[in-house]
Design a protein around this ligand. Sequence first.
Ligand code: BES
Ligand code: MG
Ligand code: ZN
Length: 493
Amino acid sequence: MKITYNGFDENLLFEGLILPYFQDHEVDYGGVTLLNNNKLPIQYLKDKELFLGKKGEVHSISFSDGDRNLDVMLIGLGKKEELTGNVLRKAVGKGYRELKKKKPTSIGVYLNHVVEGLKCSYAIGRNTAEAIVMTDYKFDSYKTDNKKELLEEVTLLFDGIDEEFKNGFEEGISIGNSTILARVLVNEPANVLTPTDLAERVKNLGVEKGFEVEVYELEKIQELKMESYLSVAKGSAEPPKFIIMRYTGNPGGETLGLVGKGLTYDSGGLSIKPTKSMNTMKNDMGGASAVIGAMSAIAENKLKVNVTAVVAACENMISGRSYKPGDIIGSMGGKTIFIGNTDAEGRLTLIDAMYYIVNHEKVAKVVDIATLTGAAIHCLGHTATVGIGNDDEFFDMIDKSFNKAGENIWRMPIFEEYKELVKHSEADLTNVAGSPGTITAGIFVGEFAGDIPWIHLDIAGTAWAEKDKDYISKGGTGVGVRSLYYLAKEMAE
Ligand code: BES
Ligand code: MG
Ligand code: ZN
């Protein structure tokens, strides 16, 4: 599918049209050609309360002239004064998803009236492009009967096309595609996407998008004394890969650090998970995919900022060489850890990655992102990412970035009492610190961030979607890609 833009032209013919409406403002689509000079029965739909233009509403109408068919999808934008980029992105995503079910070969998205609510052509271009790119993705690459794509072209119809609109459009396409890249990585099954395969894919991406990639093999990981990470990795027949990505857009300036949890599979280890929980554990590298997607978007858009990302990729498996509950292990930072549960493995891989990035890559600020605790789902469900951190100003920045991306985040507190919970009588720390599990897991990771501003993001609830919704497709969501991109962009400004 190709996506382009054009000024409105009544001679352009499509098989599908998306027409946005406000709830509190008449919208005139008189100039839009419907087959056989048909008119839209807007008053009829309003009288019957079939479509009022409210946020989240969609309504389809089909027109025919005997030979051709036109499917029109009305999408509600809510109140004119309250229109935001996030509302537009969701509305376009939902309408586009519904319209595609009608199998059109071409779609026009009519945007002229949107500007009456959202007065920024950059925001219109970006959010519409983002919505279409993201909604278009479906994980079906393993279906042998997967049907050929019928939709050839989507055209954004807008008379206010200026440089701002074009910039927004290009950026929207880029960050939308970077999100899909992350979704693909999550959706690839663990028998295909091993740590080795992930490292290879990242190397290729680095060449394609313009960032440097270095991969540390087992020997180098051992040399660096990443004992905590290696304890998790050693039960698997697949070798671990420590992946480093570096992008320099502001030589001499400070560097943002990103750490992504990269468990390409989490069986739970000897503290084994029930089968049902294991079924989706290929998604345990959702944090890694977020930082990889963000790096791609950052490099592609040539942001004037330096970003270094690391992923300690491995599998958490069972074998005669697995680490065991009751073990006491070391870590690159020197602290010892009592293993209370081998399923609390993510934090063990993250602390060596965190210690490494802070001390060897000299980052000024650091964000770690991880599908870390089931407890995060109990905290905020599948709706929002749990955040914690040690710096209010830095947290404000990430809060704004999430907002811009339309991703929800909620900050949890770090009380002194919680810090006591990660300590252990026989070792410096324990990997199962108890309730509140999401906060104590985050605190455990933060122990290795030194004194720099640090944010921990638990995406266990948001990295995976059970069903399609708006521009989110079933499976890996690519959460964090766009938010981390905006964070880097904010640091560049
Ligand atoms: N990868 C899981 C967390 C998870 C759960 C991610 C559900 C996505 C969906 C993590 O490694 C894990 O198993 N955490 C344990 C920690 C516990 C043993 C302290 C958990 O949350 O149950
Ligand atoms: Mg686990
Ligand atoms: Zn895990």
